[in-house]
Every structure is written in structure tokens, then in C-alpha cells.
Design a protein around this ligand. Sequence first.
Ligand code: UTP
Length: 627
Amino acid sequence: MSSTTLESTADSLSRLGISASFASSAPKLHENLHLLSPDEIELAKMLVEMGQSHVFDHWAEPGFDDEEKKGFFDQVARLNSSYPGGLESYIKTARELLADSKAGKNPFDGFTPSVPKGEILTFGDEKFINFEESGVREARKTAFVLVAGGLGERLGYNGIKVALPAETTTGSGFLQQYIESILALQEASGRLAQGDCQTRIPLVIMTSDDTHTRTAELLESNSYFGMEPTQVKLLKQEKVACLDDNDARLAVEPRNKYRIQTKPHGHGDVHSLLFSSGLLKVWHDAGLRWVLFFQDTNGLLFKAIPAALGVSAARQYHVNSLAVPRKAKEAIGGITKLTHADGRTMVINVEYNQLDPLLRATGHDDGDVNDETGYSPFPGNINQLILELGPYIEELTKTGGAIKEFVNPKYKDASKTSFKSSTRLECMMQDYPKTLPPTARVGFTVMDAWLAYAPVKNNPEDAAKVPKGNPYHSATSGEMAIYRANSLILKKAGAQVADPVVQVFNGQEVEVWPRTTWKPKWGLTFAEIKRKVCGSCTISQRSTMVIKGRDVFLEDLSLDGVLLIDAVDDAKVKVRGSVQNKGWILENIDYKDASVPEELRIRGFRINKIEQLEKIYTEPGEFCVEP
Ligand code: UTP
């Protein structure tokens, strides 16, 4: 080390007046001080003052592992700058929350729950159709935000979840479906706005170290699935420091004593990331009105979005949570109005395991029970949120996007003095309304679960253990839910669609409906689908139908087999008459059969493509398929 560096280090040390304190509290750090830059010394001082001297206990003497020591401070600097208020604030909050957790303090103490006001929709009725139409109008004023930083430990898939096929009839992945749906909304919304074809709906994807590179590669290797690359922004969330005990002592990485152990902070990070990215202001200046948050593996979501956006606009909701009817005690959070004895109110997701005790503690002796509708009066939160941009910016200007956190340590025993493994603070995006003033318009939109919610979260073994009657939330059920929803929509549009058969895949009993799928531009709204299903159409249970094309009309179609239509946008194709062939058959496969690709194994079936009628139209014009 040069004499100038030594001098400047010594200067800064004496200026900070900390050398002596390091010598007693962190002797290993003290030995290494001359290696550190002034910024690193500042960080070291903060760590020592926050009771974290132990992180230096295993440091080697100068000359050994010096690069690793630099790496340590790079990590600390990142942890410090990516958390609102820095590491000091993280540790202080952790101490408070850990003390509350040890004391068994109920976060809802003093609050009384009641059922909030919201919109309950019935698919396909006049109100639904009107909301869908106004929702499509709003789409061009909406920014979409996909939170996709989760590890997906429960699913255990080796790739990123958004790359998984949502269904295997076409093999189209979740991210592809999401982007194609947004592009279809962009086009339809532009058409309603006097043919505006300039609008580009922004898409933000929140990633993490676990998903970032693979998400970027997926987009690049697929030409952004048709979006302009400038429409898509990736924001990477950082992990947060793990904590070893109730004093919030930072956990040292077991495999590298020069690193602090880190874990994901939760999807609540999306708010501070959006705020600090400056995108909210850009969107506001561009005249956008809504920000729509959604998750990585819900193949049904975009069937619910147009109507939900319509509700946000009609009811002028600052916060609109998409919800589904919820059975009492079902393992899904309930949207609840909470009123405090001191007058505070909020409309918020209350986790199912907190709702029942909260109800019992506030005079509802039966706890979480169904009402006369057969469902809990508290709608089930599916964590897709629509926020109005103006009020959102106003709130984030005050909070910086910080979301109320929680901690969930797994204690070794009832004394609650030590943890089974390190813990960390977490935050959830749906907790955003917790800091809103009572004047904020917070509501919800309930849709049928078959239309709106079928996430892929569980691996086959765990899904097979789900108690009967509860959703599996597996790759098998996620795919079957798409066929069921499409069949029910076609039925409502007037087609006669055969009833499903029950089959077992990977130990899960599921309804198998005809495998009908379409590109979003064919059927973005129910009114549009209804317009394209004419006369008397029938689809048998063993059938498969894939529509890739905007102007494809089914007229008196009788389908018993496989029909594939692929047409460019300006080709108008009428399909009529009887289509019959040997079709495609679902064959069981064993989850443990390593010779089968993981994407298929986790479903427990693959499609044996025997015979189909396929029509491809690459030129504009009017065509008729009449086999
Ligand atoms: P999940 O509840 O599915 O959690 O997250 P997960 O972390 O992906 O999966 P498990 O719990 O390990 O099995 C809901 C949504 O939030 C995103 C996920 O990608 C998913 O879209 N998420 C979760 C983040 O973006 N960041 C996080 O830190 C956690």
C-alpha cells in the first residue's frame, strides 16, 4: 500500500475518531483498517455501532483474503443503498419486529374487521360486457408490472417460471401469453381511440438475481415475443440481509465468511423499485392513468383484466384488488376492512390464518364461516392489483415506496430465544394500502375463480397431498384450468361444448375439457368471442382447437378431433361444417421419469399428436374452411 493511501486512511480514521473503538470491539477489523477506503470505513463504523462487530470475527490478518474483504464491503454497500433508509434502518426495524414477534403481538390488535365494499361480477352478463369494453379503452393508459423475482421453491422447477408453457397444446409460455395479451389490448384499445396505433403499453418485469439473466435471455431469444424492446424494462430487486437472532445480528454466509447471508425480501419491493426508477413520472407525463401488477404463473389472468380495468375506471378506485369467491378457512387471504378503536381504517389483505382469530377476538364467535351464499363474505385476494397512477405517485412521494414489513422466524422452542435457521424481513406488494389515508378509494373486483385464477405454484408431490376439494395450484391444474375456462366461455358464447371427463395425472384428479385455445387477439373480451361463434357449433370432449388469427369465425362448426387455424391479421377465415379426425390424445407420464422433459413431467401427461386438420393463411383475403 502506498504511503499516500496509508496517510489518507489514517486521516479519515482520526477524523471519524473510531480507531480506538474498533480496537476493542472488532479487533480483526482494526487490524485490517488500513486496507479500507474512507467509504468502507464509514460502512464498518455503521456496522460496529449497530452491534454487528461479529461479522469481522473470522477475518484473516492483512495480506490474506484481501480481495474477499473488498467483496464484503461491496456487498454491504449494495445492501445499504438498496434498502430505503439503509442497513441501519433495516436492523432497527428488524429489532422492533422481532421483539413484537417474540411477545406474540398481533399486528391487528385494536382493529375490528368488516366486509369492505367492492364490485362482484358475473361473467358474460351485460354489466360484465360493459366493464370489459370500458376496460379495453383504459388499457392504452395502463402500465403493466409483472413481479417475477420469486425463486419458486414450492414448484421446484429448474428454469424460470415465466418460461414454462402455460399449456402444452400450443406450448406457449406464461411470458409469451402475457406479452401477446398486452399487445392485443394495445391494438384493441388503440382501435377504440380513433385508430391510435402509436401507443405502446409499457411492461416492467421485476426480476431478482435468481431470475434476471434468464428472463432477459428469454426475451431476447424470442424477439420480445413481438413487443418493441424499448417497451419492456427489467428492474432487479436486491435481496436483504439474513438475521441470526432476536438482536438482529446479521447472519454470515455459512460457505463464505466474507459475505452476509441474504434472502429475497418479497414482492413488496416492486413499489420502491418503481419509484426509484423514475418510471412513474415518465408514465404520468405520458398521460397514463393505471399501473397493473400481476404475477408469474396465472394463465387465466388476462381473461379478467379488461373487466377489472373497467371497474377501476367506473368506480375511480385508487386501489382495485382482483379477488375470487373464497370458502371460509380456504388458504387464501381475505380482503377485509379494518377499523381501529382510534378511528383509523384500511382495506387490506388479511392472511387466512389471521382472519379467523381476528374475527373470533372481535365478537364473531364462529370465526371465519360461510354466509348464505356458501362462501365467506371476505373475498379471496389473488394479488393482482390495479393502482391509479396519480394517487400512487402522491403516496410514494411520501413513503419512497417502503412497504410495512413483517418477520416470520421459525423458533427452536417455546422460549423464542433462538431460530432454527436465519430469518429476514419481508414485504408484500398487497400491503401497499396499509399507509393510505382513510380518504383513499380502496375496493375490489370479484370474478369467478374459473375465469381469473389458476397459478402454478406447487410441485406434483405436494399438489397430490392437497386435501380433496382444494385447488392443486400445480402445472397440471394450471393447464386444465385454461381448457376449462375456454370451454365455459365458448359455452356461454353459444357453442355446445361436451362435459369434461375426470382423469388422474401425477396423483391429482382433474377435469379434462376439450383442449381449446386461442391467441389473445382472437378473443380479448367476451363480446368479441360471442361475435365470432355463430350458428350451432359443437365441440366433443376429445377435441382440440387452436385459433391463431384475429378474424376467424366459427359457423355451425361440428368438431370431433383436432382443428388448427393459423391466419395473418388481414385474412378473414370462416370455419364451418364437420371436422372429424383421430385427433390428439393425452398420455400419462410418470413424474419421476427423468427421460421426459421437466416441463412435461410436472404435468403428468404429454400430447400424442395423431391426426389433425391444419389450415394456414399467410395472405390477406377471405377464406372458408368447409371440410
Ligand atoms: P410466490 O408466492 O409464487 O412466491 O410469489 P415465489 O417466491 O415465487 O415461490 P415460492 O414461495 O418460493 O414457492 C408470488 C409472485 O411474486 C413474485 C413471484 O415471482 C410471483 O410472481 N415474487 C416473489 C417476487 O417478484 N419477488 C419475491 O421476492 C418473491
